[in-house]
Design a protein around this ligand. Structure first.
Ligand SMILES: Cc1cc2nc3c(=O)[nH]c(=O)nc-3n(C[C@H](O)[C@H](O)[C@H](O)COP(=O)(O)OP(=O)(O)OC[C@H]3O[C@@H](n4cnc5c(N)ncnc54)[C@H](O)[C@@H]3O)c2cc1C
Length: 381
């Protein structure tokens, strides 16, 4: 069963992108996802293949070698990847949404030429390091320092939970300089850039998450992105796009859980009939499908507003909040519908359940999304 492809009103381009993403996801990702999860294996080869197909430049304008897709189409593609493996999806989502958006909006012509174009062509993988051990929800409390060094900069400090931190070619690192929080492009082969060992996670086990030590990382002046001291605002713009990526990751996870549950309830018989014939099971499946459609609709509303150039912070937070809580709820129902098998690693829904949880935590917890939505109700306060 496929919900996205049946969404009425897809343009021809959207249909083609969805089919390309789905074919790739079903042949090159999903068959291997359980094994990657068991081994906590980040597969750079599959990211490189996606890069060659244009998936590392989905919403980068064509003039910078990207596919130039609108936000809705980009998210339709990402949903397909997430439905196959949320770990692969998060690498793509962060790369496309945060570093790419920050470079598109604030990079100089030279920075776009040097970093954005190869990123969009799939030659460079990027990540984003803002969080620190003592600065998560309160990201503006970050303490990593950027000191001037002649024309250049020296970065020192420590970051926590950097996705792609040991597997990317470059990271956008947020650091405090004299004028406030600034954003820097840090190549991961820069001397002093030291990723820790991969975190041993509950879910998303095939994504790379590491702490970073920045030990006097020297950068030439042209590695400062945009204006000194303006980086926090750039990061918040990137996070608006990023949160839509996480919201659609949650939709993809939930949709796959529903697809597995629908198939299982048609097959599995108890008391002489398939589970799907019990009304209590039908109600559960109906609620799962309805919430997923609602989550996707919220994501697409926010994405449409972004494409119109409107402010999307409140709508993005609504979408991320609702979609991530939907993913957690739907995967919990799916495990329940599978009964004892749902608790076993040999069946797919327990991985989806584990993968869903982090969508309520990263790129702003559900509590932080509620704070942002509530703040939007009192504009100017
Ligand atoms: C797998 C993974 C990948 C990640 N990838 C990245 C990455 O690539 N780059 C990056 O920069 N970061 C990344 N993060 C970090 C992530 O964004 C943070 O974990 C998240 O923002 C929450 O911060 P924290 O963990 O410090 O929790 P805390 O901020 O300590 O929050 C703990 C609890 O307190 C609640 N809380 C905090 N403040 C308030 C408040 N004002 N009101 C009510 N409740 C509150 C929170 O909602 C939460 O429930 C990643 C995290 C994970 C788990």
């Amino acid at each position: 069963m496929s919900i996205a492809i049946e969404t009425p009103g897809l343009t021809e381009t959207q249909r083609q992108i969805v089919e390309l993403a789905r074919d790739f996801a079903r042949t090159r990702i999903e068959p291997f996802a359980a094994e990657w999860d068991r081994r906590a294996h980040f597969d750079r080869a599959v990211i490189d293949e996606l890069g060659r197909l244009g998936f590392l430049g989905l919403s980068v304008p064509e003039e910078y070698d990207g596919m130039g897709l609108d936000t809705v189409t980009y998210l339709l593609a990402l949903e397909e990847i997430a439905a196959a493996d949320a770990s692969v999806a998060v690498s793509l989502s962060i790369h496309n949404a945060i570093p790419a958006t920050m470079l598109i909006r604030h990079g100089s012509a030279a920075q776009k030429q040097r970093w954005l174009k190869p990123m969009a062509r799939g030659e460079l993988l990027a990540g984003f390091a803002m969080s620190e051990a003592e600065a998560g929800s309160d990201a503006a409390a970050l303490r990593t320092q950027a000191a001037r060094d002649g024309e250049g900069w020296v970065l020192s400090g420590a970051k926590a939970w950097a996705t792609n931190g040991a597997t990317a070619d470059l990271m956008i690192v947020m650091a405090r300089s004299e004028r406030g929080i600034s954003a820097f492009v840090v190549p991961t082969d820069a001397p002093g850039y030291r990723p820790g060992k991969p975190e041993d996670k509950m879910g998303l086990r095939a994504s790379n998450t590491v702490a970073l030590a920045l030990e006097d990382v020297r950068l030439p002046g042209e590695h400062l992105l945009g204006e000194e001291g303006a980086g926090f605002g750039y990061a918040m713009e990137g996070l608006d796009a990023g949160r839509l990526g996480i919201a659609v990751q949650a939709v993809g996870i939930a949709r796959r859980a529903l697809e597995h549950a629908v198939a299982y309830c048609a097959d599995r018989r108890q008391f002489g009939q398939p589970l799907r014939e019990f009304e209590a099971v039908q109600f559960k499946l109906a609620d799962m499908a309805t919430r997923i459609e609602a989550a996707r609709a919220l994501v697409h509303v926010a994405a449409t507003r972004r494409d119109r150039g409107e402010d999307i912070t409140t709508h993005t937070s609504m979408a991320k909040l609702f979609a991530s809580e939907t993913a957690m709820w739907v995967t919990t129902q799916a495990v329940q519908l599978f009964g004892g098998y749902g608790y076993m690693r040999d069946f797919p829904v327990e991985k989806l359940f584990r993968d869903a949880k982090v969508t309520e935590i990263y790129e702003g917890t559900s509590e932080i999304q509620r704070i942002i939505v509530a703040r939007g109700l009192y504009p100017g306060a």
